[in-house]
Design a protein. Sequence first.
Length: 341
Amino acid sequence: MVRGLWKKLAVAALTAATVISASGCGSLTDGKRIIRISHAQSETHPEHLGLLAFKEYVEEKLGDKYEVQIFPNELLGSAQKAIELTQTGAIDFVVAGTANLETFADVYEIFSMPYLFDSEEIYKEVMMDTDYMENIYESTDEAGFRVVTWYNAGTRNFYAKTPINTPDDLKGKKIRVQQSPASVNMVNTFGAAAAPMGFGEVYTAIQQGVIDGAENNELALTNNKHGEVAKYYSYNKHQMVPDMLVANLKFLNGLSAEELAVFKEAAAISTEVELEEWDKSIEEAKQIAQNDMGVQFLEVDVNAFKEKVLPLHQQMLEENPAIVDFYNHIQLVNENAKGGN
């Protein structure tokens, strides 16, 4: 009830701001430009903590000009809706998954490719290569927004009502996936039946037997209480998919060089904080899921799962030329990590 009231108030405030924004200038409070950031997570989530660091840095350096307001818990709408609001400039930043960005730039489909990175270390190395990633981030300029940094969302793994120790254990199971064609194809290739649906529907769907399980990181077990209805979590590590902090391009282009440097540094600091908090939150989630919810964490033969879906790499490369260069870059990093040339 209280959350519903806050959501109505937030939307009412945003509607007023949209009218001001549409007239050509951002909303002002006490002469300061209000910066609005939308995200889907709770106030204790690593991404929110990273955004608090973003706010602190911007206001420390430019507090006479800007006030940063953070709207968690989808208060300003779902990720897709918030992206559209960021496009129009009604809000300035949104945290969105790469699956949401596929609609605007084909290159983001690559993150749905199973077993793209050989390790979490390689994944982080690629994502922290800011100079290279700028090429990817600029791909949505025509849509009116640009990614300014990334946040770790861990590895995605299967969890279900019954144990999944091998790919064969997926046969016949209905597994929830993100609404991404590549993720649907991956789960179907494993022999399961992919069930794309909104994340908020997953708990009830597992509880009522509409689906047998889902795939996500460990926080889904605790933050979203999926560990109450799915007691087996298998570390098959099929995807490493970041979340992205997306900015309205007109806003970025309207900043002075000095202001833009501050916002870029704030984004980098927010990622540092998020990465650190992420590792802490995963350890905490595992303890809670195991000790309080009775979830069993299963170590499985990752290669058995990997071999099953590796043919999807070639298929995706043929169907989406936009991902080829990025794919080759990642493969080079994978090879270098093995000691190759």
